[in-house]
Design a protein around this ligand. Structure first.
Ligand code: BV8
Length: 258
């Protein structure tokens, strides 16, 4: 029966993923927008709903887009910050926290700007693309605190420059400390979990290969195939909120704890 085979196939893959993780001393988890989907946050490309449907996110999320129309880009981020609202971590985020009980060193390297890994309790989170809940000024990166919602346009910094979200826009370099950490963690991990990313955005998408070239086992967790699938040791083809808890449950049994 096809369905039965599918379930048996998934269980075999889950068991193999748990075995690889049980033998690892160091695991890096590279996450994208898909890991937050089950928290009700649309993925980067799905986010364009309602009045934003006519805009290309890759144009809004640029310094040029911001300078061309500061109120528009400011309101787009306000809309997305409100989408975050009281979004909560989902079972996928929590499974990555529990993973820390069974693997000596777990590092989350995320492309997400929603802060949900930290909210769930992951102890080591590297933010490659910054955070939608932090702000600094455009010209001098002066930090701005307590920025209210519902402003019609970006507020000004004490230095006179416009305030912007502390995220990395297209065409902007990633924070060198964060990216270097991401590369190092991947290069020294025995297993790299790649969770919920279309693996299209560079240089974040190059991280799994950095580990693969050093012999890391790549485990892909995504309902769809993506560029990482072809270098994956295993592919868990399903939602991370379902797949990750299954893997960690088997890992817990293997480690004799529940
Ligand atoms: C750089 C913050 C150079 C902002 C983001 C032309 C001009 C300029 C640059 C370029 C160019 N061509 C290429 C580039 C490079 C560019 C790039 O990669 N472009 C892509 C589009 C080709 N990269 C850059 O510009 C980077 N900077 O190159 O600088 C430089 C160097 C030195 C000095 C100066 C400059 C900066 C890239 C960072 C951009 N900022 N975010 C914001 O969010 O507003 S990227 C943004 O998009 C997200 O952070 C995320 O990284 C990305 C979306 O990717 P995903 O997270 O993967 O989300 P996506 O929706 O794509 O996929 C979701 C996946 O989840 C899917 O696979 C789906 O199947 C899966 N899924 C769905 N449900 C579930 C699930 N998985 C699991 N469970 C589920 N339930």
């Amino acid at each position: 029966m096809k369905h039965q085979d599918d379930l048996e196939g998934i269980q075999l893959t889950v068991d193999a993923a748990a075995k690889a993780l049980s033998e690892a001393k160091r695991v890096t988890v590279l996450t994208g927008a898909g890991v937050s989907k089950e928290s009700g946050i649309p993925t980067f490309r799905d986010a364009q709903t309602g009045i934003w449907a006519e805009f290309n996110p890759e144009e809004l999320a640029t310094p040029e887009g911001f300078l061309a129309n500061p109120p528009l880009v400011w309101k787009w981020y306000d809309f997305r910050r409100k989408l975050l609202g009281d979004a909560k971590p989902n079972p996928g985020h929590y499974a990555l926290v529990e993973l820390e009980k069974y693997v000596p060193k777990v590092t989350i390297v995320t492309q997400n700007i929603d802060g949900l890994h930290q909210k769930a309790g992951s102890s080591d989170v590297v933010e490659l693309h910054g955070s939608i809940t932090r702000f600094h000024c455009f010209d001098n990166q002066h930090e701005a605190k307590d920025v209210p919602y519902e402003l019609e346009e970006p507020p000004s910094c004490h230095c006179g420059s416009m305030i912007r979200p502390a995220v990395v826009w297209f065409g902007e370099a990633l924070p060198s400390k964060a990216f270097t950490r991401g590369v190092t963690e991947c290069e020294f991990s025995q297993v790299i979990l790649v969770v919920g990313t279309s693996a299209l955005v560079q240089p974040a998408a190059s991280l799994p290969m950095a580990g693969y070239n050093r012999g890391a086992k790549i485990i892909d967790v995504n309902p769809e195939t993506n560029p990482v699938t072809q270098i994956s040791f295993l592919s868990l083809m399903g939602p991370s909120g379902e797949m990750l808890p299954k893997v960690v449950a088997v890992l817990a049994k293997r480690k004799g704890q529940s």
